[in-house]
Design a protein around this ligand. Structure first.
Ligand code: ZN
Ligand code: ZN
Ligand code: ZN
Ligand code: ZN
Ligand code: ZN
Ligand code: ZN
Ligand code: ZN
Ligand code: ZN
Length: 406
């Protein structure tokens, strides 16, 4: 066995990565060459191109590219090595931000400038580097710096992803996109979460509507409340489209001062109560009524349906008139345990007669003493039951006694 052969067998052929950045191919390092490499005392393996890259490299030539600074006549050399690396990353055009050698030298003499972060609410800054300034205006300070983020904002921007956020209208399933830029701005302003926003469809409706004043729902109140645009979006997209019944601000705060009140049932003999709610009180107040109304309790409201108005004969003998026994007093009678019979009352005509009548002074036909003709007696005479008196009580008794004695 020759020396060459034994060396070759000690080192096996190896595949090593192509040295062109971005290229994933390999080249073959033969065992025999590895042996030579080791013998020369080199430890790191050589940096070489894969056969494809090497082939391309041989076809490429260095290119002169104009200086990035406007107005500069200089150029820089895009070497075939750099072109090959660019090719590996699918780039065939030279970078456009590079300066010629002279400009690069001059840029070393100017300073970087601190520029405020472009994110609203952020007080960070970034450095506008000398080469960039050179590109912009030759370092003369006439160009405006570009809008850029500070490092912190930029890192946040890179780490963030656009996020879908639910529409702020509770019934809506829509979403809007909280962009990375908006997230960075929110973080700079110290806001933790996304703002409240509408989805695109809701936002469109919002753009079509305007705040609308509506009448206060409290009867008797002439104030208005404002049906705002947000509420209108909700109503138009997910409701009836009609404004809700709502109170004006004044009524609302008045309502806050009121309390529900328990009031006694208006039916005589009933101990139950009914609730005069705050809303009812408010309405009464708006109509200038401060006294609570007289109402029945819930039970009486139901119970009263058992009764019908009843015509009852006047209590006065000889009167054909009737009076009406109302369901309410029938209910009161029932609650008081008076279930039998009807109350004795006079008809309206009789009541009117008594109201209009006055006691009349008469003279006894026999002894001339004054006698009082009462209203009740007058009524009975009018009804044809009794006769108008002519004698005083004493003369009447005397005549009755003598009469009976005859
Ligand atoms: Zn390669
Ligand atoms: Zn230049
Ligand atoms: Zn910033
Ligand atoms: Zn929506
Ligand atoms: Zn009102
Ligand atoms: Zn009651
Ligand atoms: Zn009568
Ligand atoms: Zn008399």
């Amino acid at each position: 066995m020759t020396l060459k052969a034994s060396l070759a067998s000690a080192f096996k052929d190896k595949r090593l990565p192509c040295r062109v950045r971005g290229c994933e191919k390999t080249w073959l390092w033969e065992g025999i060459e590895q042996a030579r490499w080791m013998r020369d005392g080199k430890t790191d393996p050589p940096q070489r191109m894969c056969p494809e890259c090497f082939g391309k490299f041989n076809e490429l030539v260095d290119v002169e590219v104009p200086c990035a600074r406007e107005g500069c006549e200089g150029s820089w050399t895009w070497t075939r090595g750099a072109r090959l690396a660019a090719l590996a990353r699918d780039r065939t055009e030279p970078p456009l931000d590079r300066l010629c050698g002279a400009c690069r030298e001059r840029s070393k003499k100017i300073d970087g400038v601190e520029v405020p972060c472009r994110v609203r609410g952020c007080d960070g800054s970034w450095i506008w580097r000398p080469e960039e300034r050179m590109r912009a205006d030759g370092g003369e300070g006439t160009a405006k710096p570009p809008a850029r983020m500070c490092e912190e904002c930029y890192q946040r921007f890179r780490a963030a992803t656009d996020q879908p956020v639910p529409c702020r209208i509770p019934q809506c399933d829509g979403e809007w996109i909280w962009s990375r830029a908006m997230q960075v701005e929110a973080a700079a302003a110290g806001q933790a979460g996304p703002p409240k926003r509408m989805c695109g469809e809701c936002a469109q409706v919002l753009g079509e509507v305007e705040d609308r004043p509506q009448p206060c729902r409290v009867r008797g109140c002439e104030n208005e409340w404002v049906w705002n645009r947000f509420a209108q979006v909700e109503a138009r997209r997910f409701g009836s489209g009609q404004p809700p019944a709502r109170m004006c601000d004044e009524c609302y705060s008045e309502l806050g001062r009121l309390e529900d009140r328990d009031l006694g049932c208006r039916i005589r003999g009933c101990d139950n109560t009914w609730v005069w709610t705050r809303n009812m009180q408010l309405e009464a107040k708006q109509r200038g009524r401060n006294k609570p109304p007289r109402r029945m309790c819930d039970r009486c409201v139901t119970e009263i349906n058992r009764f019908e108005p009843r015509a009852v004969a006047c209590k006065h003998e000889g009167c054909e008139g009737e009076w009406t026994w109302s369901p309410e007093s029938q209910l009161a009678a029932a609650l008081g345990g008076r279930t039998e019979g009807t109350p004795r009352r006079m008809c309206e005509k009789c009541a009117d007669f008594l109201k209009g009548a006055k006691p009349i002074e008469l003279e006894c036909a026999s002894c001339k003493v004054a006698i009082t003709w009462t209203r009740e007696h007058q009524l009975n005479v009018a009804l044809g039951v009794w006769v108008k008196p002519t004698l005083c009580a004493d003369c009447r008794r005397a005549s009755a006694t003598s009469g009976s004695g005859v």
